[in-house]
Design a protein around this ligand. Structure first.
Ligand SMILES: [Zn+2]
Length: 272
């Protein structure tokens, strides 16, 4: 399974330039479309808000293309948010070499990553870059989750941004019970006396502050928020409402501790 340190995304600022087809045309705009003779892309396809440019046939990643069609709805229904993507460009490369070559001139900071999300200058746009390897589909769902989430909220704290991307990177049927973080955390609880530190995660300000265990722990707390007690879910709803209001949000840890007195133990009991 994918090693999380290699797949962290990098947040940069960029301008997006392509106008996407409406979502309702998702199933009618398939198939390759014309492009320059010397284009490196074997296939370009508009699917709803996505423009997918690929160096290989999209038939090879058919299930991923289907998943992308469902991802926005899954995210909206699960988080009770409204995504408003206008244009998300997804670039798929045949190899790491090709990925590096493309990024070197554009986002050299991303070359050390296995996949990359770059927010657009407009809040409803974004770009995703990934290359063909065993975990390509997971990587694309992860980075596209960032892209969608940033169209629903004006600001996403780094730890919950990554926790949600880790959650939604799995195929829908595996999200609740199939992520390897589930076993990792069970083992950590059993053998390492692991305990959560939401306040510690809330103190992370930059992607570089997040290590592999932070990704795992963020996933664990997101899992508790989505599948734990209803009070946790209520706290998350209020947290998102506060972020959307533009006011300085109450830390999620405070909202949770107010509703769940023995929060840390409740999280351990949920995950063990
Ligand atoms: Zn990420």
């Amino acid at each position: 399974m994918r090693y999380v340190l290699l797949t962290v995304c990098l947040i940069l600022i960029a301008a997006a330039s392509v106008t996407a087809a409406p979502w309702s045309r998702f199933f009618t705009r398939g198939g390759g479309r014309g492009h320059a003779e010397n284009s490196q892309w074997a296939e370009e396809r508009e699917l709803g808000p996505y423009l997918i440019r690929s160096e290989f046939s999209l038939q090879d990643v058919h299930s991923l293309v289907q998943d992308l069609g469902d991802l926005q709805q899954d995210l909206e229904e699960t988080l009770r948010l409204q995504c408003q993507p206008e244009s998300i460009q997804i670039h798929l490369f045949q190899s790491k070499r090709s990925y590096d070559h493309y990024l070197r001139a554009r986002w050299p900071e991303g070359m050390s990553r296995q996949a990359l999300y770059v927010p657009g200058a407009e809040t409803r746009t974004g770009r995703v870059y990934a290359y063909r390897q065993r975990d390509l589909e997971t990587d694309v769902r992860h980075e596209t989750t960032h892209a969608l989430l940033h169209t629903a909220l004006p600001y996403v704290p780094i730890w919950i941004d990554e926790g949600l991307a880790e959650y939604f990177e799995m195929p829908a049927s595996m999200r609740e019970k199939g992520h390897p973080h589930r076993k990792e955390l069970r083992d950590a609880i059993r053998y390492q006396r692991w305990s959560p530190s939401i306040e510690g995660l809330e103190g992370k300000r930059k992607l570089l502050d997040m290590n592999g265990k932070d990704y795992r722990d963020s996933w664990g707390i997101v899992h508790f928020l989505l599948h734990g007690p209803k009070e946790a879910r209520q706290a998350l709803d209020i947290y998102f409402e506060e972020i959307q209001s533009g006011a300085r949000e109450t830390p999620l840890s405070q909202l949770l501790r107010k509703r769940i007195p023995n929060l840390d133990q409740a999280i351990i009991d949920h995950l063990k």
